[in-house]
Design a binder for this molecule. Structure first.
Ligand code: MG
Length: 383
């Protein structure tokens, strides 16, 4: 594919900013940028990359941006309408979906219907509506190239595999987060500042907390099941604290393929843009001689129940994953605002899973409604 123009949903976040640096390195132009509320950074990005369209989460933020960019030939929009316009821009060949949370679902579906390649960095899309999204991608012939490091690793290990029946299992690696080895009781008093000390990756706030609770790995198990149409029995998790091996695939003949590299998201982001080709990258090469021994440990879903709940939701199917994800987003939001404790995250998620009724073969509306109810259940809970 000759690289032309890309659209970035969520350009001011961690993945969005790294995508812009990759675009700059590759000499790829950017036709649309979207952000939630960071007007300052959006203004800088718009001046540096000159997109045709900028989108902000709220009308107020869009008005402010419009004023500041009045000297540039750029259209400014807001809200879901703007996100969908950015996702479907005629000239965009690749749409990087790096927004955080459920808000990414509709624009991703719109980009699929417009037959764009999706560089998928929005976990909730596949977690909540994996079946719908994968069916739409197949229907419209839209390519989905995962950007998450684990799923990109699996995608790379499967390049050249033409028959999915050859896959024995996918093995997702997990850093274990900053609290691996602690008991549930020891986790009770954890504050967000402790969780922000992630051992290997620097990421946005929500995903950093998800890594600390292991919910992130749970969501990734669901994502992998949906991306490759595999049952839970074929997706395993292993804790690998150094995050050098990003994930592995075991094949039916016993061969295991692994993808290794420095923990730098610019590698999977760039591949989503250049696939099926590879291009030189400015990232540090991995020095095998200084890696030290690579360690593998079992995941702990007793002290980190979020991992167990995610697997349960994946096996239940229907709207269960949307409930899990929506409840988790709300609980993490409360934790980040110091309103609930660390272990209240799994407690509130559990309550939502036990409260919100299940729809077995959901429509998009059912999924959005399950998400809404799950959030309401978490925000309304009294301890
Ligand atoms: Mg990941």
């Amino acid at each position: 594919m000759k690289l032309g123009t890309i659209s970035i949903l969520g350009s001011t976040g961690s993945i969005g900013r790294q995508t812009l640096s990759v675009a700059e390195h590759l000499g790829v132009s950017v036709c649309a940028l979207t952000a939630n509320e960071n007007v300052d950074r959006m203004e800088q990005q718009a001046r540096a990359f000159r997109p045709k369209l900028c989108v902000m989460g709220s009308e107020e933020a869009a008005e402010e941006l419009k004023k500041r960019l009045s000297d540039l030939p750029v259209k400014v929009m807001s809200g879901m309408e703007g996100l969908i316009a950015a996702a479907t821009m005629e000239e965009a060949q690749v749409v990087i979906t790096a927004v955080m949370g459920m808000v990414g679902l509709r624009p991703t579906l719109a980009a699929i219907a417009a037959k764009k390649r999706i560089g998928l960095a929005n976990k909730e899309t596949l977690v909540c509506a994996g079946e719908l999204v994968m069916a739409a991608a197949e229907n419209y012939g839209a390519e989905i190239v995962p950007v998450d490091s684990e799923h990109s690793a699996i995608f790379q290990c499967l390049m050249g595999c033409n028959d999915r029946r050859e896959i024995k299992r996918l093995i997702l690696t997990a850093s274990g987060g900053p609290f691996y080895g602690k008991t549930f009781a020891e986790l009770e008093g954890i504050k967000k500042e402790d969780a922000f000390r992630h051992p290997t990756w620097t990421m946005g706030q929500k995903i950093t907390i998800d890594s600390a609770t292991m919910m992130n790995k749970g969501l990734e198990v669901i994502e992998a099941m949906r991306l490759y149409h595999l049952p839970k029995a074929k997706v395993d998790v292993v804790v690998h604290p150094k995050s050098i091996i990003h994930s592995l695939v075991e094949f039916c003949d016993g061969a295991i393929m692994a993808q290794l590299g420095v923990p730098d998201m610019r590698i999977p982001i760039q591949l989503a843009l250049t696939y099926p080709n590879r291009m030189p990258s400015p990232t540090e090469p991995l020095d095998l001689l200084s890696c030290g021994p690579l360690q593998f440990l079992p995941p702990d879903d007793v002290n980190f129940p979020c991992l167990r709940y995610a697997v349960e939701a994946a096996e239940t199917g229907g709207t269960a994953c949307a409930v899990l994800s929506g409840a988790n987003e709300a609980a993490v939001d409360l934790f980040l605002r110091d309103q609930i404790g660390f272990n209240d995250i799994p407690r509130r998620v559990r309550r939502a899973m036990d409260t919100v009724p299940l729809v077995e073969s959901p429509t998009l509306e059912d999924i959005l409604e399950a998400d809404r109810q799950a959030r309401a259940c978490v925000y309304d809970s009294k301890e």
